[in-house]
Design a protein around this ligand. Structure first.
Ligand code: OAD
Length: 248
């Protein structure tokens, strides 16, 4: 793939890089996206599975759905897109990943600075006493796990519809975006707020905004540069360019 001269110059001069990622980066690992023709929210209703009210109404159903997703995520492997992002750390002093994904694949790929705006499907906590549980520590009573300390209901540590994002993580991600020289927006429809503010803030603060997606999105006209194709192919090609421009 031939990149523009402007993009090559930015890659050559940048010091701080942010990757803002969404479900599309994990599509090539076999994890479904939310929207689009095979998207999860085309087949299932988020208000029945991904809200606190739904959880209180029917915790068994919500747990069944999360255990199913957790199995898919556990069996999935980071793909060349995740791995390329992790390898950027060899070439730039400050590389951050601000992700809407809960699948933990950026960390498993080796990225060190990951800001998870929507939580992490591998973590859980008690809704009464907020004791945290890793997936290995969950004790099930029937179909749902209960807290060892207080007997309360345990929920996945993910952000559901109608809930606030974790404030510290959002603020840190925002700050990384504001101070970045290049902000890559990878595999996201960029329509879910407040997360979708991150690339907008980056560009308004002077960062060069590069979109990587298989198709146009709400952000395409706002981006400085768009690369269309699967992120598992495009990101490794960008990394190859970086290798010729910068020393590890
Ligand atoms: P979406 O499902 O809305 O968008 C996925 C994007 O990935 C689309 O723009 C696709 O075109 C693109 N895409 C698909 N395959 C790709 C590939 N191989 N390479 C590059 N791009 C690809 O997912 P998100 O934008 O992540 O929130 O959705 C945002 C939030 O909405 C999620 O975090 C979730 C959901 O409801 C919560 O659960 C709170």
């Amino acid at each position: 793939m031939k990149f523009s001269d402007e993009f090559i110059e930015k890659l050559s001069e940048a010091e701080r890089i942010v990757f803002f990622t969404g479900a599309g980066i994990s599509a090539e690992s076999g994890i479904s996206t939310f929207r689009g023709k095979d998207g999860i929210w085309n087949k299932l209703k988020p208000e029945e599975l991904a809200s606190f009210d739904a959880f209180l109404r029917n915790p068994e159903l919500v747990w069944e759905w999360y255990q199913y997703r957790r199995k898919i995520v556990n069996e999935a492997q980071p793909n060349p897109g995740h791995l390329a992002i992790a390898e950027f750390e060899k070439y730039y002093k400050d590389v951050s990943v601000v992700t809407q994904n809960v699948d933990n694949l950026h960390r498993r790929a080796g990225s060190s600075n990951v800001y998870e705006l929507h939580g992490n499907i591998e973590r859980n906590y008690c809704i009464n006493c907020r004791t945290f549980y890793n997936k290995e520590d969950l004790q099930f009573s029937g179909k749902i796990p209960v807290c060892k300390s207080c007997g309360g209901l345990i929920r996945p540590d993910v952000v559901w519809f109608g809930e606030f994002l974790p404030e510290d993580i959002f603020n840190d991600g925002e700050s990384k975006a504001i101070h970045s020289d290049i902000c890559f927006v990878v595999g996201t429809s960029a329509i879910v707020y407040p997360a979708a503010n991150i690339p907008i803030l980056a560009k308004r603060s002077g960062s060069f905004l590069v979109e990587v997606n298989i198709e146009e999105t709400e952000l395409t006209n706002f981006a400085d540069y768009s690369l269309f194709g699967p992120s598992g192919k495009i990101l490794p090609q960008i990394l190859e360019e970086v290798k010729t421009l910068r020393k590890a």
